[in-house]
Design a protein around this ligand. Sequence first.
Ligand SMILES: [Zn+2]
Length: 224
Amino acid sequence: MPVGEPSRPYVICPVCGHVFRATYASTYVTVGREADLCPKIPGRPSDGARLIRSAVTMCPVCSFAAGEAFDDLDLTFDERHGIEERLKEDGLLKVFRKGQPPWLGFHAAEVCGKERSLRSRELGDLCLRASWVCRKEKERPFESTFQLRALRHFMRSLQEDDLIGRELSVTTYLVGELNRRLGNHREALNWYVNAGRTTEGDPRVAWLDRLIDRQSKLAKEQAA
Ligand SMILES: [Zn+2]
């Protein structure tokens, strides 16, 4: 399969049983990352957004969504019921289900993920990806909305998820970077310092140390 060609197998929605063709993410070429780790993808931003979006699958009937392949999910009766209720009650889905904005799949995956007891780290990741899609699609108010939600999940993750190593360092850094992007420059500086402490000069995360230095300088200028 050529690079960038997504596979489109038939899948069965584990909540409502609807059968449809899903678009699963394939590998794609990136040319580095932005400071919030958003992949830079050659071509038009909307093409990049489409590739990022293919990381989640959403059922077109009930809006069940997940980052995992549907075949791999084994939901209990209670989980299915809880997910149905959450999807029915969710305010954003009520308003946006018809219009299918590009971030909708990530939002739905977050709603369902809460019922599936995903870790805060994973919930934050879904919101972070949603913010990337919004930026590439120039949906600025929603970009900030999802950045704030990612920030809150990552903060909770640092308290609850027992993160270690690279995951701890990257999550701490992202709390700084999301604060900076939301205009909280002094808060950002504190979190960059915390992130620097977690890397302890580990050569495997030298790239992160460089990023922390660069973004700290930027936040200092912005705070002045
Ligand atoms: Zn469904």
